[in-house]
Design a protein around this ligand. Sequence first.
Ligand code: ACO
Length: 330
Amino acid sequence: MSSEIKAKISAVGHYLPDYVLTNQELEKLVETNDEWIRTRTGIIERRILKDPDKASGFMAAEAAREILRQRNMDASEIDVIIVATVTPDYMFPATACIAQSMIGASNAFCFDLSAACSGFLYALEVGTNMITSGQYKRVLVIGSDKMSSIVDYTDRSTCILFGDGAAGVLLEPADDENGIVDSIMYSDGDMSSTLIQSGGGSRNPASHDTVDKKMHYIYQEGRPVFKRATEGMADVSVEIMKKNQLSGDDVDWLVPHQANLRIIDATARRMNLDPSKVMINIDKYGNTTAATIPLCLYDWKDRLKKGDKLVLSAFGGGYTWGAIYLKWAM
Ligand code: ACO
């Protein structure tokens, strides 16, 4: 990054619903078992937002409120709100506008970003460039997904994977060398049909037929996605390490998207990282899509030290994938 101005993460906030959906409860819904889910995915439980009147916008607003409290800042001081989500409150207006209204961030301009499980990384890349441009000083980047709103709880291959939650960060200009250092982002639309919610958009507008055909739920071909996710996350993580002359010993933390413990383990092995340096909370929350990476940052924030070298890495529907290298600035 050539700009004189660097961006840093100056606060982290989150929101998790109270309801805990355990593997045992899923055993009652579909033909599955705790042992299969744990060994094939690493998931033990996930959170579900039960209140039908609350959705991704509410969770994003709660995460934003926690960030503002942490920075002792008024919502009116926020310049931009980016919400990464595949479960927006509505097709439009943007969930970022819903969250803006809830927190009263009247001076912010707001938009959503859709990149499935890579949504937070993509949004962090966009937000970072808004800071380094010099035009914006306070950018909220939030990942929020109410995955339970698009999960088919009769499909055992997907319903075990996902949970609800939100988390995010505040980006501000850095005061020293700590902050976002580098990024690599990729997309490949050729395989989009293997991981898709095909109903409800302009291609297949909502109708009795789309509902009957379950087109408003997540459809995933697990095996090809698993293969590409494992390759993609490991390759891009190793690529960003090489580009920045980092060895496994130099990296303090891998902050991986939490889709499957086996994908995370494979990525850490390729990076030559000690397992103790890998943030893992998939056991507690499952795959919360755009929220997984900031939820890790939130859970680990008290253990992170200024100057720690973090590699954030994700793969998701699209396909979309990427990695960000940063030096922790808090
Ligand atoms: N319980 C018990 N058995 C099951 C379950 C279940 N919940 N689900 C599937 N099975 C069975 C299958 O029917 C299959 O049985 P068969 O051999 O008799 O046909 C067997 O288990 C193996 O099925 P696979 O699909 O090959 O299982 P796999 O080991 O691939 O695990 C999983 C499935 C967990 C979905 C895995 O493929 C995966 O993690 N994929 C990648 C997910 C991902 O990274 N997605 C990207 C991000 S998500 C986003 O962007 C929104």
